[in-house]
Design a binder for this molecule. Structure first.
Ligand code: PMP
Length: 411
């Protein structure tokens, strides 16, 4: 007699999902873009490790696509969340922690004179754009070609189900290209509401690019000249580059910034920060959601931001990312591969030379996965405070094996 298949296995869950969920899953967590063998479903996670539905353990370098910044299930964050959960979460109005968190975040973020909270990154970027339009009475928005700012019709990377009217006032420039920025602005003829830009270029499947200081300064100068809003999309970078704002080291401050992902260590929260000039505009628009004042996520955010500061989490993530990057570079060279590790060390993107379709990168990541390390072949990855030196060294043991097997396959 053969045993009945486990209905909670990854394969069974995929089959069951395909029957009751269109396409089996929506959006970026559908394991499209990932090589065969990557799990779709996960049982649990702890620190820098996670376990898939089949019970396989991995050292995690995606951190839930960014939100996990201290490590899965951080004890201090979870204690703060649990204490608030016992008091109340979704109530008829916000809990006191809303004001505490707004005070904390406004003091932490250098350009901020005020903060609004929401749930997802798309909420935050949309609020920024609406505020910029309300504050200027204008319509046009400049965005970098290929940049991701969310999944609403005005910004989704897919045009399926989206009308031309949804995008009517969007104009594109090339990241780090001042000429194309100014050309796009010139087409707006007095109707420029804002420029929406990420702190560095982190587009899917291509090398990450840090901004040149000249480019950041040119965006600032253009917005000042035009009376438009400089909107920084910190959704992916926030709490991993600089808690005060990712362009602080460049001396460039935005008017509005969108935050989410890492600010509450995995609890659902987004924030918009703004300077005084945009306060009345932000007060004038109508934005809300049934769960936007949820107090548990706010308590989690307060604990998360305090701990990140107390342990200098960003410096730790940068050091661990550098340790990983240096090790990968040494191993790749020793095995005759040319790789490129781009972006800040704590948010690495790993691509192979002469690998336009990412076949080599995908094969490498599959070999690492089989040995217990979860990497992504096309998207930037994330370090967390829970990654310690021994986890990086264990990872490098695994990638050494993966490079060796990849090299053997080429011979
Ligand atoms: N902006 C950036 C830069 C992002 O990376 C993301 C999410 N990947 C978003 C906006 C949208 O955030 P969310 O998925 O939470 O709506």
């Amino acid at each position: 007699m053969t045993a009945a298949p486990d209905p909670m296995s990854d394969a069974a869950l995929r089959e069951r999902a395909a029957r009751v969920i269109p396409g089996g899953l929506w959006g970026h967590m559908r394991s499209q873009g990932l090589p065969a063998g990557y799990p779709q479903f996960f049982q649990r996670a702890e620190g820098c490790r996670l376990w898939d539905a089949d019970g396989r353990e991995f050292i995690d370098f995606m951190c839930s696509w960014g939100p996990i910044v201290l490590g899965h299930h951080d004890p201090e964050v979870e204690a703060a969340a649990e204490a608030q959960r016992r008091l109340g979460d979704a109530m008829n109005g916000p809990a006191p922690v809303l004001v505490e968190l707004a005070e904390h975040f406004t003091a932490l973020v250098a350009h901020a004179d005020w903060t609004i909270f929401a749930k997802n990154g798309t909420d935050a970027t949309t609020i920024c754009v609406t505020t910029a339009r309300a504050g200027t009475g204008r319509r046009k928005l400049l965005v970098a070609k290929g940049a991701y700012h969310g999944a609403a019709p005005w910004c989704s990377p897919s045009v399926v189900g989206v009308t031309a009217e949804d995008r009517a006032h969007l104009l594109h420039f090339r990241y780090n290209n001042i000429r194309s920025l100014e050309q796009a602005a010139a087409m707006c003829a007095g109707d420029l509401a804002g420029v929406l830009v990420s702190p560095f270029r982190h587009d899917y499947g291509v090398d990450q690019e840090l901004p040149t200081p000249e480019f950041a300064q040119a965006v600032r100068a253009l917005c000042d000249r035009a009376g438009a809003a400089l909107i920084l999309d910190e959704v992916r970078t926030g709490a991993r580059i600089d808690l005060a704002g990712s362009w602080e080291d460049l001396g460039v401050r935005p008017d509005l910034a969108a935050w989410s992902k890492a600010i509450a260590n995995g609890h659902a929260l987004a924030a918009v920060t703004g300077s005084e000039r945009w306060r009345d505009a932000a007060a004038s628009i109508f934005v809300t959601g049934s769960f936007w004042c949820g107090a548990v996520a706010m308590a989690a955010a307060l604990a998360c931001l305090r701990k990140l500061q107390a342990v200098d989490g960003i410096a730790h993530m940068r050091a661990m990312g550098q340790r990983l990057r240096d090790g990968l570079a040494r191993q790749a060279a020793a095995h005759g591969f040319r790789i490129r590790c781009s972006g800040p060390p704590q948010m690495p993107m790993l691509l192979f030379d002469d690998d336009a379709d990412a076949a080599l990168g995908s094969a490498f990541c599959s070999l690492a996965l089989q040995r217990g390390v979860y990497l992504h072949p096309k998207h930037n990855m994330f370090l967390s405070v829970a990654h310690r030196a021994q986890d990086i060294d264990r990872t490098l043991d695994v990638t050494e094996g993966a490079f060796a097997e990849l090299a053997a396959g080429r011979r």
